[in-house]
Design a protein around this ligand. Structure first.
Ligand code: SAH
Ligand code: SF4
Ligand code: F3S
Length: 464
């Protein structure tokens, strides 16, 4: 069957399954527990949309839920362990509440080993689906309510089945939008190409229509999601790049901010770098994961750029846009990483001066090429991790403190966790700012003067 026919067929059927659940099932409080990255967060928004269409009410507590969906992440061992712990806990709860339904989905379910482990160890799980077939949830629920012991369906690759699927966004004024699915890069440490399948770009018309629709419902900021947005367009049958997409999105009236995640340093184009100068809605912020500073290690990681390539790219960006805030992902303890290699990472961090960073200790992922390489002892990994933070945090603090006295714009997201007469939001550079404000500020972009700063956040005063 052609993809488009398959989608049509599925969408025709899905309404019947949804109607069945809506009309025949009484207890309909649902909880979606999300692990992992923004991809998963956005997938959970799609799941919640489907659940609400079926008449479910979303709740926050396990004890109040009749249906629990655990959306899993595989990226590190610790992420999987957390899910197993949670499923153990749910197993005990379900022993006491037989009518509780449990679904497990997300990246772990795309991996045969983890999926089989869940099936074997947690027989109380009723439904299993993956990252590429969220549309199937109503059908699986239907099967489960009609006596199927385990309703399971997995789709290896993204085949566009999410097209047209809505999402209940966590914040109406700030929305995630998928521009592509999957990853073809096969960095040797990474599980994602195995859990998200092959790279596929969405049609720009669908993306733009989705964003226009979001803006008409109050969205001010979009974050475009893809594992490697720079290769956006490669699977389209016409000539259209990520920079073209940004230009077209920049034209959308009413939209105020554009972000994207994640771009791979190997194929960041000059066109894209220029976008930071030319496109007024593109936030002054670039997340460019380096992973490691040693060219040798980068080679073993299959990253396809050297330390020098990366530093040259950063130089180019800074020369075009000196105020850009830079962020990265860095890993320590990749197999074979020597003290000298690690020093290269520290040196690169000192040179780039990141505003924000996400730091990780390398975690062995079964069946990836790096799993078979010679491993660095745990003690060394942990010690390097601490040393890395000792370099990164003072730089972050210095960069944040440099903003004291400056005026910035903040998209206010919520009340501050620390004080209830304070609100919190993010600058264009993705820096968290707390300032005195009230409910009327939430969802707005306001001008704030920065008055104080530490390594992780800023304080300010609202202007005007
Ligand atoms: N597509 C994105 C990242 C996806 S995973 C990119 O290419 O940048 C997010 C981050 O998790 C990665 O950037 C990497 O730093 C980290 N990561 C991935 N696999 C890991 C592993 N096996 N151990 C530790 N960290 C890992
Ligand atoms: Fe993983 Fe590399 Fe793909 Fe990112 S680009 S998801 S790190 S394989
Ligand atoms: Fe994201 Fe984790 Fe999957 S990082 S893509 S949810 S493996």
């Amino acid at each position: 069957m052609e993809n488009s026919d398959l989608i049509k067929d599925l969408k025709d059927n899905v309404n019947e399954y949804m109607a069945f659940i809506k009309e025949n099932i009484d207890k309909k409080n649902a909880l979606v527990i999300t692990h992992g990255c923004q991809m998963n967060e956005h997938d959970s928004e799609k799941i919640i949309w489907l659940l609400e269409k079926m008449g479910y009410t979303m709740v926050d507590e396990i004890d109040n839920a009749d249906f629990i969906v655990v959306n899993t992440c595989s990226v590190r061992h610790s992420a999987e362990d957390k899910v197993y712990g949670q499923l153990g806990n749910l197993k005990n709860i379900k022993n006491k509440r037989k009518d509780l339904k449990i679904a497990v989905c997300g990246c772990m379910m795309q991996r045969e080993e983890s999926r089989n482990y869940v099936i074997e160890k947690f027989p109380n799980v009723d439904i299993i689906f993956g990252t590429n077939n969220i549309w199937k949830l109503p059908e699986l629920l239907y099967s489960s309510y009609n006596g199927k012991k385990l309703a399971i369906d997995i789709e290896e690759n993204p085949i566009g089945l999410d097209e047209g699927l809505g999402a209940t966004r966590a914040y109406g004024f700030k929305s995630y939008v998928n521009i592509m699915y999957g990853c073809n890069n096969f960095c040797t440490y990474c599980i994602v190409p195995y859990t998200r399948g092959r790279e596929t770009s969405r049609n720009p018309k669908d993306i733009i229509k989705e964003i226009e629709d979001l803006v008409s419902h109050g969205t001010k900021e979009v974050t475009l999601l893809g594992q490697n947005v720079n290769s956006y367009g490669k699977t389209l049958d016409f000539d259209y790049s990520f920079a073209n997409l940004l230009e077209d999105i920049n034209e959308i009236e009413g939209l105020e901010r554009i972000r994207f995640m994640t771009s791979h340093p190997k194929d960041i184009s000059d066109e894209l770098i220029m976008a930071f100068k030319n496109l007024d809605k593109l936030c002054n912020f670039l997340h460019l994961p380096v992973q490691a500073g040693s060219t040798d290690v980068l080679k073993k990681m299959n990253r396809k750029y050297s330390k020098e390539d990366y530093l040259n790219t950063i130089e180019k960006i800074k020369s075009i846009n000196p105020d850009i805030a830079l962020s990265t992902d860095i890993m320590v303890g990749f197999p074979g990483e020597t003290e000298e290699d690690f020093e290269d990472t520290l040196d690169l961090c000192r040179k780039v001066e990141y505003d924000t960073s996400f730091t990780f200790i390398y975690s062995v992922r079964e069946n990836t090429p790096a799993a078979k390489m010679e491993q660095v002892p745990d003690k060394v990994k942990h010690e390097r991790f601490e040393r890395l933070l000792d370099v990164l945090y003072p730089i972050q603090e210095k960069k944040n403190k440099a903003l004291i006295g400056q005026n910035v714009t903040v998209l206010v997201e919520d009340f501050s966790k620390k004080r209830d007469d304070y609100v919190t939001g993010r600058t264009e550079g993705f820096k968290l700012v707390n300032f005195k404000g009230d409910e009327s500020d939430i969802g707005k972009i306001v001008d704030v003067k920065i008055t104080d700063a530490n390594s992780f956040s800023l304080e300010g005063e609202k202007l005007g």
